[in-house]
Every structure is written in structure tokens, then in C-alpha cells.
Design a protein around this ligand. Structure first.
Ligand SMILES: [Cu+2]
Length: 201
């Protein structure tokens, strides 16, 4: 009579580690590292229709990480099953690249940090939506004179290239190599100037 409970106890013990393992919380879906910067955009109608509609085409997010970067888009309001293109672009100069009345701000060429042939053209689903996360290690590009130093934005195009939706990644100029260089230079200057901790007056 005494042996049976002991055996049960051993069996129970043997089970504990496995149970503990199973109960371990699964890693939550990957958050960007704390060093990654996140920029958000709202996609709005662009072109002649934009004057008559405040239609929103969804949103986009750009994550500028130390090594890994990604852009995700949630496009809605498209023709179900329709064929489209999308890219990240970069403004050529200061100003809103999504304002069709400003010329020379937007750049029709897609930003070369991603291989756009991997996602384009795409088809909207039966509900007229398209969701995609697109990763790259080459953002921002470091090729001299390719990155303008201005904001990044998303365009959704008809298959023929006509822009139908646009969204600026707010604050994304901070992700440009030019801006980063400027900040680094400022930091250096500060270090040189301020010897030791902040002066006590
Ligand atoms: Cu484009």
C-alpha cells in the first residue's frame, strides 16, 4: 500500500517540467527592437479624384531598425481583384509629396531600398484590400546622392503607374542618412564643447 502513492508521486514529479515548459508564455509576435524607429502614414486619394473625395485608402508603417527594416501596408478601398502597384518613394525636396499641386516634391522613381519586383504588381482581394509586410536590410540606401534626405512616402498606383493613393511617413526625414549624419555631427560638437557633466551655475 505504501509503494503505490510513492510511484504516483514520482510520476507526478516527472510531469512537472514538461507541464512547466508547455505553460511557458510563447514569445509575443516580434516587436521592433527598442532602437528601431517607427513612422506612420495614412493613405489618401491622390490625383483628380482627390478633389472630390476624402476617401482613405488605409495606412502604412515604416520601421527603421538597426539592421532590419520593414514597410507594411494595409490598403483598402481598391477594386476587388484589381491589379495595382505600390512602392515607397522619397521626396526630392521639402514639402508635401502627396500634395498634387506641388511640383517637383515627389519622385516618380520608387525608393531603391527594396526590390519592388517581389511585391509588384499585386492584386486586391475580394474585399478590395491588400495587406503586406515587406522587409529589407538596405534601408536607407547608402549609395551616394541616391537618398535625398527628405521624407519617405507610399504610393499606390494603377497598373499603368497612375498614382491613386499617397501617404507620407510622418517624421521620416529622421530616418535619412543625411539627417542621421547631422545629428551625429551635433552630438560630437556637444561632446567637444561640454567638458564633463552639465555645468552647475
Ligand atoms: Cu510608386
Amino acid at each position: 500500500m505504501r509503494k503505490l502513492p510513492a510511484l504516483v508521486a514520482v510520476a507526478a514529479l516527472a510531469f512537472v517540467p514538461a507541464g512547466a515548459l508547455a505553460a511557458k508564455p510563447k514569445p509575443k509576435h516580434k516587436k521592433p527592437s527598442p532602437r528601431a524607429k517607427v513612422y506612420k502614414a495614412t493613405l489618401k486619394a491622390f490625383g483628380p479624384d482627390a478633389a472630390y473625395t476624402t476617401k482613405k485608402f488605409g495606412k502604412a508603417q515604416l520601421v527603421d531598425g538597426k539592421k532590419n527594416n520593414k514597410v507594411s501596408v494595409h490598403v483598402r478601398g481598391l477594386t476587388p481583384g484589381g491589379t495595382y502597384l505600390w512602392h515607397v518613394h522619397q521626396a526630392k525636396k521639402a514639402g508635401d509629396p502627396c500634395d498634387p499641386t506641388l511640383s517637383g516634391v515627389g519622385n516618380p522613381a520608387p525608393y531603391p531600398g527594396w526590390d519592388w519586383s517581389k511585391v509588384d504588381p499585386f492584386r486586391a482581394n475580394a474585399a478590395g484590400n491588400y495587406n503586406k509586410t515587406f522587409k529589407t536590410k538596405t534601408f536607407p540606401v547608402t549609395t551616394p546622392d541616391v537618398d535625398s534626405g527628405f521624407v519617405y512616402y507610399v504610393n499606390v498606383h494603377l497598373a499603368d503607374g497612375t498614382v491613386i493613393a499617397c501617404g507620407v511617413f510622418k517624421g521620416s526625414r529622421k530616418a535619412t542618412p543625411k539627417f542621421k549624419k547631422q545629428q551625429a555631427a551635433k552630438k560630437k560638437k556637444k561632446k567637444k564643447k561640454g567638458k564633463g557633466p552639465k555645468a552647475h551655475h
